[in-house]
Design a protein around this ligand. Structure first.
Ligand SMILES: [Zn+2]
Length: 271
């Protein structure tokens, strides 16, 4: 089992980083964790044709985590997927899927009326709650509410386990008291960081908005302490706010609280 970072960016479109998404590679298959901007292209770049990806696991539904969902879904069908797409995630997923299908209904009908089979447009939705476990592609997955993320109640962190390897992907936000036991002894812990001094002055000079944005995200101290206390082997940061904050600044900040290996996540990095 391997982690491939498909997008390490954030809401602002940048040339350097795609929208927040990861992939878990298990055997010959890959499944997605979130579906940010350009996830379909990024999966192809990683060597996984979209029609062969059958599962997506969502952490939460801030738009940057699913702007690539619709494009992935429709491209997967156009490229020939014959199996239903299976999606897992917290409760709003039911409405998100329903509305996304409406958005593409016109295009789907056009293509079906020309003879393309509707098979492959089906989406099977599984609502996941904190404490649930399930499996995808022989990977055991468990979910907890591992972070507080502003006013987003429906948010899940995930642990992936196969063949003595454990990867934890924390959702956006500050750790809840569940994240530490959940991450214990993980080989890889992925967290996202915020550099508050670099977002002041953005948002049209609205410091109140900057303050709210900063409060939605984990501090260097919170990230470093979780990694230290959970004794994780590798700490990876991704989806940094702002997205082009210098890696050295983030590493410097976290390393005050964690002396282990810190990796700056990059698009297409495989771990
Ligand atoms: Zn978010």
């Amino acid at each position: 089992m391997k982690l491939v970072m498909l997008g390490t960016g954030a809401p602002p479109p940048t040339v350097e980083k795609n929208g927040p998404s990861n992939g878990i590679i298990s055997g010959e298959k890959l499944f997605l964790i979130d579906a940010g901007r350009n996830v379909a292209t990024q999966a192809v770049r990683a060597g996984f044709p979209v029609d062969q990806i059958d599962n997506i696991v969502f952490t939460h539904f801030h738009s940057d985590h699913y702007t690539g969902f619709g494009e992935f879904f429709i491209s997967r069908w156009i490229m020939g997927a014959k199996e239903p797409l299976k999606v897992f995630g917290p409760a709003p997923i039911v409405e998100i899927v329903k509305r996304m299908l409406l958005y593409y209904e016109y295009d789907i009908d056009l293509r079906v009326n020309e003879g393309k089979s509707r098979v492959g447009t089906q989406i099977d939705v599984e609502v996941v709650s904190s404490g649930d476990t399930f499996s995808v592609n022989n990977v055991e997955i468990s979910a907890v509410k591992g972070t507080n993320h502003g006013n987003v109640d429906d948010i899940l962190s995930y642990k992936f386990h196969r063949n003595n390897k454990t990867i934890v992907i924390a959702s956006d936000g500050s750790p809840t008291n569940q994240l530490l036991p959940f991450s214990k002894d993980a080989d890889i812990l992925v967290m996202h960081a915020c550099v508050p001094e670099l977002i002041q002055g953005r948002f049209g000079g609205n410091s109140e908005t900057a303050r709210i944005v900063a409060s939605h995200h984990a501090t260097f101290k919170e990230i470093g302490e979780i990694a230290t206390n959970a004794k994780v082997k590798k700490l990876v940061f991704s989806h940094v706010v702002p997205p082009l904050a210098p890696d050295a600044r983030v590493i410097e900040g976290i390393s005050e609280y964690f002396s282990g290996e810190i990796i700056a996540g990059k698009d297409q990095m495989v771990l």
